[in-house]
Design a protein around this ligand. Sequence first.
Ligand code: AMP
Ligand code: MG
Length: 335
Amino acid sequence: MKTLMFDAPYNFYEITMILKNGGLIAIPTETVYGLAGNGFNEVAVSNIFKAKGRPSDNPLILHISSLDMLDDIVLSISDEAQKLMDAFWPGPLTLIFPATEKVPKIITAGLPTVAVRFPSHPIMRKIIENCKFPLAAPSANSSGKPSPTLAKRVMEDLSGKIDGVIDGGKCDIGIESTVVDVATLTILRPGFVTESMLQQIVPAIKNTSIFHQEKPISPGMKYTHYSPNAQVQIVQGKNYIETIKNLIEQDLSKNKYVGVLATDETLHNFANVTTLSVGSQNNLGEIASSFFEILRKFDDLGVEKIYSLSFSQEGIGEAIMNRLEKSAGYNIINC
Ligand code: AMP
Ligand code: MG
């Protein structure tokens, strides 16, 4: 299959026809690029799982462009859910609702609930409006790889496996949506909408300490995620700079090609190896938006092992650390 690249001015007619015919298109959103298909078409949805190599027990999020689209897919909306929708939709927040019969089982992985998001990105919204059906759209990467924030990264992973990619430039936020289960008022996945932002609207919402646990409560929690080809090792604590330098010495003596994922402020400490900055420590938004792309840049360079600093857990820092810890397979040295 030849994968088309759609540049501006976008041919929305052709894009919409491909989706109506059951095809798959990668579309930019405010979080990361999503691999979109008709959420009511089981063949299209099953092709999303195939193209990504995604395990079939990891359910997908349905994306809508108006609140009346909820009528077909959710059974009921609690008061708390309504408040969160009023406050954060359209935007990077996914809510879990009881699902209607109309939602295919392949979307929910057989669960009685469905995840729904109302994205704010104008291209994504226009396409859903044109299609008039919800789009299933997980991140447009091969399963397990870092999520794509640029169209060319989608092409690298999925070229030949999907019908097209819309080049909308770099995604603003750079990490996936926050996922909240409104039945239990728990955050299943941290994201741009932080715990304290949610608590201002619904004080009872709890951040779980279960993002890494034996028995995951959200299916997506149990899989390897966001991993570049290089092995990632987090080094944190007071002596992280000395520790990383010592580890690098050992690796270099074994001719290993190593790199350091640093910040603008710490870059100068690691002069003798490939060091890439994710941005300034004082700008967590910048770190979030460049994090996945930096992991892919290390792969471009052929780096075998990446030492990474850890970041503040404040605000969006929690979501960044969640992605970093997963990319490292929870490989953390405290020093
Ligand atoms: P992704 O499509 O990669 O952004 O991942 C979607 C996330 O939402 C995964 O972590 C899923 O496990 C989670 N999710 C989707 N549907 C449900 C659901 N019905 N209940 C709980 N979590 C869900
Ligand atoms: Mg994903």
